[in-house]
Design a protein around this ligand. Structure first.
Ligand SMILES: NCc1[nH]cc(CCC(=O)O)c1CC(=O)O
Length: 341
């Protein structure tokens, strides 16, 4: 008889696709009867801006509770939403191969960061994105927005399904499932979203520019998933434990360990204006770029490092050293570090 496995997920379209991929991969490993169960999180319930929600873990706590009390056996998180601290009784048993970690501009009329007109309204709920956008283009009007990917895209004029000239709807206007219908539509010139989320939802068509880390460094862990289970289940000699080991991708894990070490050493969470991007080359060397920015964009500290990272501990040490260098360069004067746990 195959082992029964309940995979918990948030109910957003993005979470459902991400969980679907993991559930399929676990099922393909064999010996598992995989089912998904939906869990509502504080991040879905509360409409306040991400900046005011502040603390880490708004998207994560409910899934962890569901794991701990047995409503599910596996939780799939966006790694960038996962607090850096360990969770009692739980382990990240697999980090699957990463998607594109970059942020993407989704603008009307094919506009890019360089060609957006002065004063253009650009939506993001992320202090990290807002800070780097303002640093690159101080004239932009950065607008704080919330909502899932479909809702955010719908706020961009020309991407909202209305014609620019008349504002009249073209074609049937049934929004994608889960898109809030009360949000304003077409009131922005652009939004910034993770390329990985857009790719998973089949909306890369909306992307007008992909940002390299020297312009808009991604969030630590962006584009990667974390597959979390009860610690005992990862250690077991079971079909589930074997499937999780097969799903884990060591180069991705090592890169995100380094990125998250920067965040941990700076005592910051996923709502802090901090970016980090690590990648491993074929020789096992890790290149790591990081940024700390003042949210108003007035000051930015960018630093990079490169070194051997034969294992996760070495990657963690590399990330912590880069964080020390950021602190030495004045990072603590820019951002409210040590307050966003
Ligand atoms: N904070 C929400 C969130 N968490 C993960 C992603 C995208 C997917 C990923 O980074 O893996 C998003 C949406 C976004 O930032 O555009």
């Amino acid at each position: 008889m195959s082992q029964q496995v309940l995979v918990g997920t948030r109910a957003s379209a993005l979470a459902l696709t991400q969980t679907g991929h993991v559930a399929d991969a676990l099922a393909a490993a064999g010996g598992l009867a995989v089912e998904t169960v939906r869990v509502r999180t504080e991040g879905d319930r509360v409409r306040a801006s991400l900046a005011t929600l502040g603390g880490t873990g708004v998207f994560v706590t409910a899934l962890r509770d569901a794991l701990l009390d047995g409503r599910c056996d596996v939780a799939v998180h966006s790694l960038k939403d996962l607090p850096t601290g360990p969770a009692d009784g739980l382990v990240v048993a697999a980090v699957p191969p990463r998607a594109d970690p970059r942020d993407a501009l989704c603008a009307r009329d094919g506009l890019t960061l360089a060609t957006l007109p002065a004063g253009a309204r650009v939506g993001t709920g992320s202090p990290r994105r807002a800070a780097q956008l303002r640093a690159a283009r101080p004239d932009l009007d950065v607008v704080d927005i919330r909502g899932n990917v479909g809702t955010r895209l719908g706020r961009v004029r020309g991407l909202d399904g209305t014609t620019v000239a008349t504002g009249r709807h073209v074609g049937p206007q049934a929004p994608h499932p889960g898109v809030a219908t009360d949000a304003p539509r077409g009131d922005l010139d652009a939004v910034v979203l993770a390329a990985a989320g857009l790719a998973r939802l089949g909306r890369l068509d909306a992307v007008t520019e992909l940002f390299e880390a020297d312009v808009l460094a991604p969030a630590p862990g962006q584009g990667a998933l974390a597959v979390e289970v009860r610690a005992a289940d990862a250690a077991d000699d079971t079909p589930l434990a074997a499937a999780l080991r097969a799903l884990d991708h060591a180069p991705t894990r090592r890169a995100v360990v380094a990125e998250r070490a920067v965040l941990a050493r700076l005592e910051a969470g996923c709502a802090a204006p901090i970016g980090a991007w690590g990648r491993l080359d074929a020789t096992g060397a890790l290149t790591l770029d990081a940024v700390v920015a003042a949210v108003d964009g007035s000051r930015v500290v960018r630093l990079g490092t490169h070194g051997p990272a034969p294992d996760d501990a070495a990657a963690d040490a590399l990330g912590r050293r880069l964080a020390e260098d950021l602190l030495a360069a004045g990072a603590a004067d820019l951002a409210p570090l040590g307050t966003t746990r």
